[in-house]
Design a protein around this ligand. Structure first.
Ligand code: ZN
Length: 581
């Protein structure tokens, strides 16, 4: 399997570079300009960047994401990483930790032996130890397969093509004008093609990293569950620890911790808050061998965290229900937008990854993780085409107006321009009305939960469902990122991305930097529009926290904009028509 990956890597890289070199030979022979010097400088610049990139990323991680590289990981993680690295002849990676409830993990670095693996607190909050191991193994898989290296090397090709495009477009003042413009155009097209090739290349590597994780953990179903939890946001619910009285909590903690090899004094346990006891018990139940001291350094005992975990109940020891997973995957399998987003994405659809994991289940004596056998309940193609039309309608209007200008540039009648712009604005108004009706349908907000929403197929970034959700903001949309204005909400059935988006990006910036933190780990009621593209998310309209309501003005802003299009369009069309006729 590994050699297959190596072969596909080499042939993709060779193909990309072949494309580039052929194109360069063409340019050099045709133009005989000193473009080669520019290229040499660019490549040196890229090489330097490649050498120092991990250090820059380390710095960004520390400063902007508050990542810590000295945090103690739970023992089961450390032991597991040690063992896998030993088996694959790899140095123990630098492990980073971000104290944010949004579950995530990623890798960067240049080669196998200077890999960095960063995990967030949310991973430990929502996943079982077996699932955490699978996620970490997936990241190690990227390092073992030299993915960071291959991706960086591959990305040079579209970068260089892009530069050639920029240079040829800017440098088109000499006699080679036409030739340059032509090369610029070709470079631009090739640059787009190369980017799609790289995205495809990346998706293949993701599947191989999943496969690696399954092989080293020998547990396909853990990988599958982890993907469902992180990718779809579906979370299993199990017994409610919060309902237990203090004495019961303490006695259960003492029994379980003794079994795990740690003796705790009842006197000390009595000093803890009830929420802390709940977390402790929840944690003991999901990790039989957990070392409580190392968990504490991970921040799981922070009062803030404790509060949110207690609210959210313990989550992870139960199996996810197959029916719920099937429902959550419907959108992936049936809505044409899923394929559209996949082609533009570095990762394959979750459903695809689950299918490839399921193929391995029998090799490890497990039940097939999931078999998607539901028949498609309706045809989604018409809806999709209509949504594509809504998406490109404004562009068509702009192109149409430009066309109308060019057609009459020699002999425009008086009032003609006003008339064209007026009609264009009126059509823009129509385009916006269509967009608003689809994207912000009506005012009947349904109170629901995450698991229910995941089963909806007729949603996209264009079409939405107005909903109300109740839960806790467990983390930032981009985990740990100090400028992130978005959140992740958790209710009793799952987690979902909450998109905070004011009409002016400066408002998002200030909210992210100064205010978002206050909302973390708080109980919230959010009102907004549920969408999917490709991940499920809610576009926020209102959020109620601490008896206060915060409003987002984007919808209002879009309505005002639509009215402006109509009013300005009407006035200009009228004036133009008066002059013309
Ligand atoms: Zn990956």
């Amino acid at each position: 399997m590994k050699s297959k990956l190596f072969l596909s890597s080499m042939s993709t890289i060779a193909g990309l570079y072949g494309l580039l070199i052929l194109f360069l030979i063409g340019i050099f022979t045709a133009l005989q300009i000193e473009l080669q010097w520019l290229l040499i400088v660019s490549i040196i610049f890229l090489a330097v960047q490649f050498l120092i990139a991990p250090y820059i990323t380390d710095f960004i991680m520390r400063v902007l994401y508050k990542a810590r590289f000295d945090a103690t990981m739970p023992d089961y993680v450390t032991e597991f990483v040690k063992q896998v690295c030993k088996e694959h002849n790899m140095k123990y990676p630098k492990m980073g930790y971000i104290d944010d409830g949004n579950p995530n993990a990623f890798t960067y670095g240049r080669t196998k032996n200077d890999a960095r693996i960063v995990v967030t607190r949310g991973l430990f909050d929502l996943l079982t130890p077996e699932e955490v191991k699978a996620v970490v193994a997936h990241e190690i898989g990227h390092a073992v397969h030299y993915d960071m290296f291959f991706m960086t090397v591959a990305q040079i090709v579209p970068l260089v093509l892009r530069w050639i495009y920029e240079i040829t477009v800017r440098g088109s003042s000499n006699s080679d004008n036409n030739k340059l413009a032509l090369f610029g155009f070709v470079a631009f097209i090739l640059h787009i093609i190369a980017q799609y090739v790289i995205l495809w290349f990346s998706r293949i590597r993701e599947l191989y990293a999943d496969e690696f994780a399954v092989r080293v953990t020998k547990n396909p179903n853990a990988m599958g569950n982890a993907l469902v939890k992180i990718g779809y946001g579906l979370v299993a619910t199990d017994e409610v620890i919060e309902d237990l009285p203090v004495d019961e909590l303490i006695s259960q903690i003492m029994i379980l911790s003794e079994e795990a090899g740690t003796k705790l004094k009842e006197k000390n346990l009595r000093k803890l808050e009830i929420v802390e006891l709940r977390i402790m018990l929840a944690d003991l139940k999901k990790t039989p061998k957990v070392d409580i001291s190392s968990v504490a350094t991970l921040g799981i005992f922070d009062s803030k965290t404790a509060k949110n975990l207690a609210l959210a109940k313990c989550c992870s020891s139960d199996e996810l229900e197959t029916d719920k997973i099937k429902r959550a995957a419907r959108w992936d399998l049936w809505n044409p937008w899923a394929k559209w987003f996949e082609v533009h994405s570095t990762h394959p659809r979750i459903s695809k990854r689950l299918q490839s994991i399921t193929k391995m289940s029998s090799q490890f004596n497990q039940q097939p993780f999931i078999v998607f056998d539901e028949p498609k309940n309706q045809n989604y193609a018409f809806n999709f085409l209509f949504e594509v039309f809504i998406m490109i309608f404004p562009l068509l209007i702009i192109l149409g107006s430009i066309g109308a200008f060019i057609a009459t540039i020699d002999s425009p009648g008086e009032g003609y321009f006003e008339f064209i712009i007026g009609i264009g604005l009126l059509l823009m108004g129509v385009a916006y009305v269509l967009k608003l009706r689809r994207g912000y349908p009506n005012y009947n907000y349904i109170e629901t939960n995450v698991a229910n929403l995941l089963g909806e197929v007729n949603v996209s970034h264009i079409t939405s469902i107005p909903v109300i959700l109740k839960g806790t903001f467990i983390g930032r949309g981009s985990p740990g990122f100090i400028f992130s204005e978005d959140f992740v909400l958790r209710d009793e059935t799952g987690i979902i991305f909450i998109n905070y988006n004011q009409p002016l990006s400066i408002m998002n910036f200030f909210f992210g930097l100064f205010k978002a933190k206050r909302y973390l780990d708080k109980e919230v009621i959010v009102k907004g529009w549920y969408r999917r593209g490709p991940i499920p998310y809610l576009e926020l309209y209102e959020m109620h926290v601490d008896n206060q309501t915060k409003k987002i003005y984007t919808f209002g802003f879009k309505k005002v904009l639509t009215s402006i299009f109509f009013v300005a369009g009407f006035i200009l069309t009228f004036l133009g028509a008066m002059m013309l006729f």
